[in-house]
Design a protein around this ligand. Structure first.
Ligand code: PEP
Ligand code: MN
Length: 398
């Protein structure tokens, strides 16, 4: 089990303070919530990838989708079986038959699964079968449904309503929490704006705002936000950089044939490519995402190691550039700061322990890095101020 992240709340503005009064259970205290489902921790350090088609259509479609999610390192298979469609003439979902395809496909791949519920009947039908329940954007303020969701012992992914403010979204979460279910995951999926070039507008600031005001995990669904597959990769990366704890992405084995939301669904190849690129973005914000597909061939393991080594050397080069600039701020005889070195090592040893990395590696590696840093600073100082060089050597010879 991961350690919950300790947080210090920034001071809130008056409006936020008012809002917090009603967020009795959802409001951020001193720790973020981690929602754990069968070993998958939502809201921890790891970014959780969820994927699958908009609607469950067939058993083979779900098997192929599940295999792709697994290869990508995803943890949750999605698929709608009760579809709240804008038009009554559009495909409404396969119902119970579809749930069985979803559950079976997820089970074969060792994935969790999630589907949307729209009322008491659909909730009762899927409750004992799926691992997570979704309340869709159109039902975010269906208060009776929220209260029902509060009575079950399953995590709820609560989508933000099409035109809901963050406050309304968080109060909807409060409905579920106050009815007794503490496992709520917020999902930003785009809101309606005047902009017609995308289906909705992905409001990434809402991720930061929600995380400022609540302790609940927040994920992002870029698919319903963009409505077009060409933007999904960039929006997903932006979401992770913006603090999202996970992604819910539509992917279909053959999007051109999809009965719903084909234009915004990624192909399996696009989904895998995106997953391959997520690790780097996650690392840049001190999160983790492990792409799974290639974990077992010698060639691909080596390719991953080569990529990581390249990042390590680029990182060290960048560090050295900054260290050089540091020398401008210091006196020549104060270049080495032993206390600061101790603090850095302690901080990195703690991080290494959290990340399951032998802390001795940090203890051995960092003194070397410091040593080269000090040398570099001395050289650059002497170069800038050649007169100092004489006095420095005189000092040394005393
Ligand atoms: C969905 O995820 O299938 C869906 C209908 O999303 P939303 O409720 O966000 O429109
Ligand atoms: Mn959809």
């Amino acid at each position: 089990m991961e350690r919950a992240e300790k947080v210090t709340r920034k001071s809130l503005n008056l409006r936020e303070e008012m809002m917090m009064k009603d967020l009795k259970l959802a409001g951020l205290e001193s720790e973020r919530s981690i929602i754990e489902v069968d070993g998958v921790a939502l809201g921890g350090r790891e970014i959780i990838l969820m994927g699958g088609p908009c609607a469950v259509e067939s058993s083979i479609q779900m098997q192929e989708s599940a295999a792709t999610v697994k290869r990508a390192g995803g943890k949750v298979l999605r698929g709608g079986v009760f579809k709240p469609r804008t038009s009554p003439y559009s495909f409404q979902g396969l119902g119970l038959e579809g749930v069985n395809y979803l559950v079976q496909a997820a089970k074969e791949q060792g994935l969790l699964c999630v589907t949307e519920v729209v009322d008491t009947t659909s909730l009762d039908l899927v409750l004992d079968k799926v691992d997570l329940l979704q309340i869709g954007a159109r039902n975010m303020q269906n208060f009776e449904l929220l209260k029902l969701a509060g009575k079950v012992n399953k995590p709820i992914i609560l989508k933000r309503g099409l035109s809901a403010t963050v406050e309304e979204w968080l109060l909807a979460a409060e409905y579920i929490l106050s009815a007794g279910n503490s496992q709520v995951i917020l999902c930003e999926r785009g809101i309606r704006t005047f902009e017609p070039s995308t289906r909705n507008t992905l409001d990434l600031s809402s991720v930061g705002v929600a995380k400022e005001l609540t302790h609940l995990p927040v994920i992002v669904d870029p698919s319903h936000a963009a409505g077009r597959r060409d933007l999904i990769s960039a929006l997903s990366k932006a979401a992770i950089a913006g603090g999202a704890d996970g992604l819910l992405i539509e992917m279909h084995p053959n999007p051109d044939e999809a009965v719903s939301d084909g234009p915004q669904s990624l192909t399996p190849e696009q989904f895998l490519t995106l997953a391959r690129e997520l690790g780097g973005v996650a690392r840049s914000v001190e999160r983790v995402f492990n792409f799974a597909e290639t974990a077992d061939t010698l060639e691909s393991l080596r390719a991953q190691i080569d990529q990581i080594d390249q990042n390590i050397i680029s990182g060290l080069a960048e560090r050295m550039q900054i260290v050089r600039k540091l020398s401008d701020q210091k006196r020549l005889d104060r270049v080495k700061d032993t206390n600061r070195e101790k603090d850095i090592i302690q901080r990195l040893v703690n991080l290494a322990e959290d990340l399951d990395l032998p802390s001795d590696l940090v203890r051995k590696l960092y003194p070397l890095i410091f040593e080269f840093g000090v040398q570099t600073q001395i050289k650059s100082k002497l170069k800038q101020e050649p007169k100092l060089s004489q006095s420095f050597y005189n000092l040394g010879s005393k």
